[in-house]
Ligand binder design. Structure first.
Ligand code: MG
Ligand code: MG
Length: 289
């Protein structure tokens, strides 16, 4: 590395992020739990014929009934305001799909991202479901995406850098023949939905921000079966694989701790309701869930 590269790394590693207190981490866990309970309620209704709008209504009702607010509804980027509670992204849609009247079909790959604000703190995580029986290639995509997320999480310990997380995700997905979407990234989370640092799903080991205890981040690989290029629909939100091939997205909320990372989002909420489109028992003992 050149001297300026070292300097840039130092600056990135030392600029301000808000490290969370134990009390704040407890709040974030409560928000993550509410998102998990919401996704479990939604998962009970995922079947052929159910519309995306129906799933969205279930999620909004669940979140509001439990004293929280949907985090994505009303979220504004430029002139575009997100109109719903869930992002529902089917097949070649990567993320940010708007829940329409589309009725689910056998074999669909359905990525659902859910956010809620509870007691001032945000929960934000997501999961890719198979509707009925899915293609073997789509199951392989889910498997690799899920495994890459766990490998990324393993890097979320003090004195590692954001680039170590990014590299772990990228190398695993590419080794399996899949492509990493680069236009969208993970992020810090707390009293804001999106905080520093950005957490890309591609990068070099030893680069980027230094990880410190109390850093809370959303790690969220968005992985395509085909090429990495994406387009945005005319609705201003739906991000879609440019070549029309399927995409998967899993997102966990993670806190950096000494020893091992803490995963605030619990996929068991969903795994107890539906069969996951990945094998859980392929995980090694060191893999962090
Ligand atoms: Mg996120
Ligand atoms: Mg999300």
């Amino acid at each position: 590395m050149r001297w300026w590269s070292h300097l840039w790394n130092w600056i990135r590693g030392h600029s301000m992020v808000h490290l969370k207190s134990q009390r704040e981490i407890d709040r974030l866990r409560e928000s993550a739990d509410l998102v998990g309970q919401t996704l479990a309620e939604v998962a009970r209704h995922i079947e052929v014929g159910t519309t995306l709008a129906e799933l969205d209504a279930i999620a909004e009702d669940y979140i509001r009934t439990h004293g929280a607010e949907p985090a994505f509804k009303g979220y504004q980027v430029g002139d575009h305001v997100f109109p719903n509670t869930l992002c529902t992204s089917v097949n070649d849609a990567v993320v940010h799909g708007i829940p329409t009247g589309y009725a689910l079909q056998e074999g669909d790959l359905l990525s659902i991202d859910c956010g809620a604000k509870l007691n001032g703190y945000y929960g934000d995580w997501g999961y890719t479901f198979g509707v009925g029986a899915i293609a073997d290639e789509d199951a392989a995509l889910c498997q690799a995406t899920y495994e890459s997320l766990l490998r990324g999480i393993e890097q979320a310990v003090p004195n590692q850098r954001v680039g170590d997380i990014s590299h772990a995700i990228q190398s695993h997905c590419e080794a399996n023949g899949f492509s990493v979407v680069r236009d969208l990234v993970g992020h810090g989370i707390g009293q804001s939905l999106h905080e520093d640092p950005q957490v890309p799903n591609y990068g070099s080991p030893g680069r980027g921000r230094l990880l410190k205890p109390g850093l809370s981040i959303c790690i969220e690989p968005m992985i395509n079966r085909g090429g990495a290029e994406v387009t945005t629909d005319a609705d201003g939100w739906t991000v879609r694989a440019a070549d029309g091939r399927p995409s998967a997205h899993y997102e966990h909320m993670v806190v950096v701790h000494e020893g091992r990372p803490e995963v605030l989002s619990d996929f068991r909420y969903i795994e107890e309701v539906v069969d996951p489109p990945y094998e859980i028992d392929v995980l090694t003992e060191s893999t962090t869930r």
